[in-house]
Design a binder for this molecule. Structure first.
Ligand SMILES: Cc1ncc(COP(=O)(O)O)c(C=O)c1O
Length: 361
């Protein structure tokens, strides 16, 4: 084989997801492990979504509805936006890919906070474009500094609120001041993957700022609060001018028939959503208390995960926690060599995390 590969592709460091339970048990020969590493829903999937998926299975000989009509209709009713404002994707990850394909060419620039969700930089690099990193300020996205970083080559700004991995969210006030100053040829993406968990009423919800003149895209997902990470379904809400462009670069039938059916019913499953939100809020409060009690520093969060400063090598703590059957995420590759990220689990899992952490540190 003699492959000719662009340098910018060779430079990509592949995304390393949270370790799957099966892999840990296979490698370490242990049982009953728990995973608190990918910000998933510990309650399982929405039961209404599961029922709808089972019912939809008899139609698997057919291609899905390419427009995702029923799902788009449901989202448009929930958010009070038009059908043309919505693009659905195989996870919100896929929509990030569409945005990058639509707006970036080699040599263009995109601004990303640092650290944030690692996929943004990987996607930007796939397009041969350049990420301009803006460091967080006290673990929060520094919108003032992002504005300062604008150059004529910047086409895209990617924001995450609440931010993964820090859990901090952008306030309405800060976002309003920011968006007013962004030139009309720069697309702003506001990734709201953890929106449903936000408790602080001052935090921004990008949907309120969508209008035909602002190049804003709001991303949402069914992978977290709705418990459908394995189904792969998410969506973006944006002005029609932008959705028209994303639909040009979108693969036909990009979301499966089962994913569309499951997501429609998940949006009707209010009791599951509420149960999830309650569990996450109770779990976060319990973790705050338990970490304070054992004298371990943590950072307040608006999401279903939080950062914990273990005060020593996070990689080491991660490894030792694995041996206790508890999978968390070391934040070394995010630039925080003494932090781990842990997501809320069931009450029993949260307790097990605290017990394991006590032993390890
Ligand atoms: C901030 C953020 N955006 C997007 C995603 C990807 O979500 P999806 O499963 O919809 O592709 C994640 C997943 O962890 C995330 O943390």
């Amino acid at each position: 084989m003699k492959l000719t590969v662009p340098d910018y592709i060779l430079a990509i460091k592949a995304y390393i997801p949270g370790k799957p339970i099966e892999e840990l048990e296979r490698e370490y020969g242990i049982k009953d492990s728990i995973k608190l590493a990918s910000n998933e829903n510990p309650l399982g999937p929405s039961p209404m979504a599961v029922k709808a998926i089972q019912e939809a299975m008899s139609n698997l000989n057919r291609y899905p509805d390419d427009s995702g009509y029923a799902l788009v209709k449901k989202i448009s009713e929930k958010l009070d936006v038009r059908h043309d404002n919505i693009v659905i994707g195989n996870g919100s990850d896929e929509i990030i890919g569409m945005i990058v394909r639509a707006f970036l060419q080699p040599g263009d620039e995109a601004i990303v906070p640092h650290p944030t969700f690692l996929m943004y930089e990987i996607m930007i690099q796939c397009a041969g474009a350049i990420s301009l990193r803006v460091p967080l300020k006290s673990l929060s996205i520094d919108l003032e500094n992002i504005k300062e970083k604008l150059t004529p080559r910047v086409r895209l700004i990617l924001l995450c609120s609440p931010n993964n991995p820090t859990g901090s969210a952008i306030t309405k006030e800060d976002f309003e001041t920011f968006i007013k100053d962004i030139p009309p040829d720069v697309v702003v993406v506001l990734d709201e993957a953890y929106m449903e968990f936000v408790r602080d009423k001052n935090c921004v919800s990008g949907i309120e700022y969508l209008d035909s003149d602002t190049p804003l895209i709001v991303l949402r997902t069914f992978s977290k609060a709705y418990g459908l990470a394995g189904l792969r379904i998410g969506y973006g809400v944006m002005p029609e001018e932008i959705s028209n462009l994303l639909n040009r670069v979108r693969q036909p039938f990009n979301t499966s028939l089962l994913a569309q059916a499951g997501a429609v019913s998940a949006l009707d499953d209010d009791s599951f959503l509420q149960k999830t939100i309650n569990l996450v809020h109770e779990g976060i409060d319990l973790l705050y208390d338990a970490l304070s009690e054992i004298g371990v520093k943590y950072f307040e969060t608006q999401a279903n995960f939080l950062l914990v400063d273990v005060g020593k090598s996070a990689d080491d703590v991660y490894e030792k926690m694995l041996r206790q059957g508890v999978i968390v995420r070391s934040m070394t590759s995010y630039g925080y060599p003494s932090y781990i990220r842990v997501n809320v689990g069931l009450a029993s899992e949260n307790k097990r995390f605290i017990e394991a952490l006590k032993k390890v540190i």
